[in-house]
Design a protein around this ligand. Structure first.
Ligand code: UP5
Ligand code: MG
Length: 190
C-alpha cells in the first residue's frame, strides 16, 4: 500500500451529518473511490466473518470497533480497488484509530473534510432514514452522539492544529452543502 502512495481524504462528522451523501457526489465529479468504514464493517458482519458478532454488538452500542479490524478492512479495500485517490468516510474515530492507521499504512491524509451539524438536525435525519440500520434508534443515536463528542472530535481538533481541517456547515440542504464541498476539491483556477 505504501508503494501505491494513494491520496487520502478523511471525511468526518457526526452521525447523520451527511458524510455518505456528500461522498457520493464527490466520487461522481472528482474521481475518488469512496470507502465508508461503517459500510465495510456492516459488510463484514453480513459475510459471516468470525468477528461478525463482536462488530455487530459494538455497532448496536455505538462503540468504536478495534482499530486492527477496521484498518485491515480499509487496507484490503484500497488494495483491491487499485485507485490512487480515496475518501475514507467515518474513520478515524478516535486517537487510537488515527495513530494506528498512520503507523500501519504510513499514510497521512491530504486534508480532513469535517461536516459540522447540530445534534438536533442529525437526530432528525437519522430517525427518518428508514434503511433498517440497527443503530438508527433513539437509544443508540444518543450513544453515537456521545462517542462522537468524546472520542471523535479530539481527532478533528488534532488535524485542525495541523491546519488540515476543511470545515463545512452541513446543516444546510444537500445541494448547498455540496457547493461548499466542490469548492474545496475543484482546482482553484477553474
Ligand atoms: N441527509 C444527508 N444530508 C442531508 C442534508 N444536507 N439535508 C437533509 N438530509 C440529509 O445521511 C443521513 C441521512 O440524512 C440520510 O437519510 C440522508 O439522505 C440525509 P448520510 O449521508 O447517511 O450521513 P452519514 O454522516 O454518512 O451518517 P451515518 O449514520 O452513516 O454516520 P455514522 O458516523 O453514525 O455511521 P458509520 O456508518 O460511519 O458508523 C456506524 C458505526 O460503525 C459506528 O457508530 C461504530 O459503531 C462503527 N464504526 C467503527 O467502529 N469504526 C469505524 O471506523 C467506523 C464505524
Ligand atoms: Mg454513512
Amino acid at each position: 500500500l505504501a508503494d501505491l502512495n494513494p491520496t487520502v481524504v478523511f471525511v468526518l462528522g457526526g452521525p447523520g451529518s451527511g458524510k455518505g451523501t456528500q461522498c457520493a457526489n464527490i466520487v461522481e465529479h472528482f474521481g475518488f473511490t469512496h470507502l465508508s468504514a461503517g459500510d465495510l464493517l456492516r459488510a463484514e458482519i453480513k459475510s459471516g466473518s468470525e468477528n461478525g458478532t463482536m462488530i455487530s454488538d459494538m455497532i448496536k452500542e455505538g462503540k468504536i470497533v478495534p482499530s486492527e479490524v477496521t484498518i485491515k478492512l480499509l487496507e484490503r479495500a484500497m488494495l483491491e480497488n487499485g485507485n490512487d485517490k480515496f475518501l475514507i468516510d467515518g474513520f478515524p474515530r478516535n486517537e487510537e484509530n488515527r495513530a494506528a492507521f498512520e503507523d500501519v499504512t504510513k499514510i497521512g491524509p491530504s486534508f480532513v473534510l469535517y461536516f459540522d451539524c447540530s445534534e438536533e438536525e442529525m437526530e432528525r435525519r437519522l430517525l427518518s432514514r428508514n434503511q433498517g440500520r440497527e443503530d438508527d434508534n433513539i437509544e443508540t443515536i444518543r450513544k453515537r452522539f456521545k462517542v462522537f463528542q468524546e472520542s471523535s472530535l479530539p481527532v478533528i481538533e488534532y488535524y485542525n492544529s495541523k491546519g488540515k481541517v476543511r470545515k463545512i456547515d452541513a446543516g444546510r440542504p444537500i445541494e448547498e452543502v455540496y457547493e461548499s464541498v466542490k469548492a474545496i476539491f475543484a482546482p482553484k483556477d477553474e
